[in-house]
Design a protein around this ligand. Sequence first.
Ligand code: ACM
Ligand code: ZN
Length: 766
Amino acid sequence: MWFKKALLMMCVIAQQTAAAGPSNAGDVAAVLIPRPAGLESRSGHFSITEAAQVWIDAGNAETRAIGKYLAQSLHRGTGQPMIVRELGSTKPVKDAIVLTTVGADLSLGEEGYELTVSPTSVLLRAPQPRGLFRGIQTIRQLLPPEVEAASAERSERVAPLTIPCVRITDRPRYKWRGMLLDCGRHFMTKEFVKRYIDLLAYHKMNVLHWHLTEDQGWRIEIKKYPKLTEVGAWRGKGEERYGGFYTQDDIREIIEYAASRYVTIVPEIEMPGHSMAALASYPELGCVGQGYEVGTRWGVYSDVYCAGDDRVFEFLEDVLAEVIELFPSQYIHIGGDECPKQCWKKCPKCQLRIKAEGFHDEHELQSYFIRRIEKFLNSKGRRLIGWDEILEGGLAPNATVQSWRGMDGAVAAATSGHDVIASPTSHCYLDYAQVRAAGEPTRMGYLPLERSYEFEPTPAGLTPKQARHILGLEGNMWTEHAPQQRVDWQVFPRLCALAEVGWSPKELRDWEGFSERMKTHYRRLDALGVTYFLPPPQCISREQVFEDAAELALDNPLGRGIVRYTLDGRDPTQASPRYVKPVRITDTTVVKAQTFLADSRTSGIAEFRFRKLSPREPVVLTNTVPGLAYAYYEGNWHRLPDFEKLTPAATGTASAFGLSVRMRDDGFALRFTGYLQVPIDGTYTFYLVSDDGSRLWIGPDLVVDHDGLHSACEMSGQIILKAGKHPIIVAHFEAGGAQHLEVSYAGPGIAKQPVPASALWRQHAD
Ligand code: ACM
Ligand code: ZN
């Protein structure tokens, strides 16, 4: 159990100063993110003295550029320029850091490398320069975190930098390790995009998925259609006017920069939906041909490109031709997500196309749209990627699918022989919140670091051949609520978790170890000037119930600073008690805890609820039979309705909780009633995962309150029950979009699991 062990170490860790790097060989494994595939610690260290030099293969311009990059990185750390020399032989030279592709183990692949640090030399060997570049990131992380700070900000260095002796053999698990950056909703400067690329590279990620066109802004200069950036790059009027775009020169500069960091930029040009900025620029491209403006609100717009008008395809092919000319990426992303069909339903041109082509519906028209674009891209030697909606109405023959609405799209695509990039909202949407106040459902989703770390990109049940279609993963940074200055805070530390999921062997993934390594890594992020989310103190559970007494035990994921707490519901201050050891709680209490850093930053405030409860007595029933009763309702709600005032559209019985009894996908509510039988006395935890809201009662107690509009995320609560049968009610509603309801529990001798049919009873109707 990671938490308990971390807790024992807590007092020690909290008092550590920020000065220590990986001081001995035993610490090496404890600092690298992502964790390398193979690592053997050795004793001793290599000192970067004034005599140290970087040596590279002779006559190789690419390796020379990488050597210079390493020399510059070390210059930042040592404060002294470092010479780059060409090797005459591949033998390590004393005091040398050698980068070479000669004699490398070819089985390490395109990005793999071997690193051997001895007291007299550092040898980095890789089959490809790309692997050398990845290995340099490991060298950077073997140095003290402060080397990443700009020299001017660094205090005087007293001793030479040292690298612990080690032998690392490393290669990535997945070949696609990406991050999306949405520059459509908010424009990001060229410098910011380059810095983002640097941060991807630092974590051995290799794809920047650059979202360049949106309802709210078109960000890429297209020479043939100047209005896209004269009109489409700007939204709002007067003081509210907002926008910006990248010239083709800017784009070339960023692509070149990314190439020097071995990051591929995959541009995304959205179609047929998310196209208001293009329609505002060239209204003839929409079904009604007029009245469009660049989006000024968030959400999905119903106006989309007309799928019946050949001018749209000419336009998009012209745009894509310029995109292809600029971007060397083999893949071009064409979006394909969230395309409402109501305009197409009313448009004579779209309907004519449906009739002429013999399609059954508008989904097949969307499929036609994507296939036609794919044919164009393939004719130019490029490959198409689209979001998982491109599966609807039939998948284009060579398309790669980016699965975002869960992993169903990934399974469907891989089983039909298509490549997949996995980025489900549940683990990869870095625009989602990282903390949630107790008892308060979040508007969007809630995605803590731990959940990102748990992500498994290859779905269970695929054959080895199908599994090879999973190219890798992406974290998605959508920016409706994140202008440039907020992006670091959303992305970090979750990017670190996804970087490890993408790179490290599955069997070496370990949350406890990762959490420990992050304590050093936060200091590196500080030195790099990353304004990451400061995780608040953690407790084993956000809600605990107890009969007599409970223990408040906190962990500090930052690994430094002072944790302070309150027991009276007020926010902690510098004057609040300092947490040093577990605190005994004997009454119903709201605990608030916060970490205070020496540089005056503070973490978020964590809230934990302790409830003193007497055990609930079971009810005595005769005449029960297995199963639950349910009532099904139709209507449009944003919160759970008052069921007493409604007439159900249907009633019936079900063996367990679930959505199979619903009669439509949107605008419904369900209320299950029955009895839960628990085998022994004790504390039981209930979990609701739902999209949208749900609540669970045991008798009169509202145990889990997960009401409101939200995507599928989990909320839990506890109660103390005596053995026997207890009344249980689960209520749920779904407004629109995806549907999800999962009711699980855990208790004495019961590991967390969906509440089984065998534990559920209902009164026999007689
Ligand atoms: C998406 O989040 N609409 C791909
Ligand atoms: Zn149309």
